[in-house]
Design a protein around this ligand. Sequence first.
Ligand code: NAD
Length: 466
Amino acid sequence: MSEMTAGQTSRRSFLTNTGRVAGASALAGIALPPVHAASTDTIQVALVGCGGRGTGAAINALSVTNGPTKLTAMADVVPAKLNSSYDKLKSQFAGQVDVPPERRFLGFEAFKQAMDALKPGDVVILGTPPAFRWVQFSYAIEKGLHTFMEKPVTVDGPTTLRMLKLAEQADRKNLKCAVGLMVRHCRARQELLKRIQDGQIGDIVAMRAYRMGQGGGTAGPRPAGVSELTYQIQRFHAFLWASGGVFSDYYIHQIDECSWMKGAWPVEAHALGGRQYRGDSLDQNFDTYSVQYVYPDGTRLFFDGRNMKGCRDEFASYAHGSKGSAVISTLSHTPGMTRIYKGQKMPTVMSRTDLPLPADPNLVWAFPQPEKSPYQWEWDDLTDAIRQNKPYNEVKRGAEASLVASMGRMAAHTGRIVTFEQMLNCPHEFAPDVDKLTMDGPAPLKMGPDGKYPVPEPGIKIDREY
Ligand SMILES: NC(=O)c1ccc[n+]([C@@H]2O[C@H](COP(=O)([O-])OP(=O)(O)OC[C@H]3O[C@@H](n4cnc5c(N)ncnc54)[C@H](O)[C@@H]3O)[C@@H](O)[C@H]2O)c1
């Protein structure tokens, strides 16, 4: 990813050098087989995982303006999720939604049936919980499909190694693969990056990011009549095997955007965290996390996460340089509202009521508003790459971002310093048989005799998180 990280161990170079831009394919420059749709061809889309984000991604897929797209198959494990997604999409995009009942599939094999309904060069959306990413991506590669997959793309070391291999396989088939770290497609952040690289804030000496909100990631007692597996999947933020927990699922974006601005992945993390108010929740998360990520040149990213009612909220990322400072995120992921200030003082923007941005004598530059959503940009960029047959594979970068998130999470959960290499080579795979799950089979996480699921115990469980 970064010139700064080049020259370290060969594995590290392998992991860092090709993530520079979305199109940094290992096959760039080599004649590629034509697996793309001409600008007038209709790209067919299948939606696997018809929840909130999957449905949102389908809306973005059907909203691109660089050529026709059509939704032709859908898959989920929960009928109500598929039905409500279908109704919503059909009501908004009647002419572009052609998913008769025989192309609506249910169950753990449904993703295969939905992909079988496409032809090579079409696109599948993976909007399922992260645990299923490598399983479903493997099949998409086998079928010659381009993929849009949501983040995180891995939850632990073994799944990261697997995903890195799959990324290479996808490159060998010239498949275009997008990862839902949509901030990378935000034009305001791209402009900020250029300005940082031009030296407008000097050298980055520290970064700070905050994702502190009123709750999330809990799982109250299992309702009667719901299997343990369905319970865990439907509350996937609560269980580390399914999502990497709130740490991976919520915090990855800001850890990724800060690392992007810095031009490197952190080499190690140490972190604090604890559980105070879980009530009757059976989840495995902490309420608070505070992480210090260390970059190769010694620069730190200080990241605070909290899910706690009644406390001060903040959702923002900042970079501090030797000449000035920059705002990478304000109030949420979008709009970015990126800006640069002289010196280190910035006006406080804590809620939408503080908008429009206050005038400030130290303001040097701000990206003009309004901004187009990065959730739409990421689809415009993907379909453009498909139609123009440009190299486009974000999976390696997405796997690295997911690993860096896991590294901070494991540091908090174990109470130890965790390095990039240690996380990558940590043998604890949370759900090794996730590709063999059946609707009436057991869940990957077993409840203890006390009626609770195992949780991290820093200082006691130090080689694995639970
Ligand atoms: N980029 C972003 O800003 C953003 C925002 C929200 C969510 N996400 C990501 O999107 C993914 C989904 O999140 P969500 O909020 O839409 O969750 P959700 O629960 O609303 O949707 C997940 C859907 O997947 C289905 N599903 C679960 N396992 C399945 C399987 N094996 N096969 C087929 N379907 C299955 C569920 O029934 C559900 O309908 C997560 O990885 C999450 O991190 C990204």
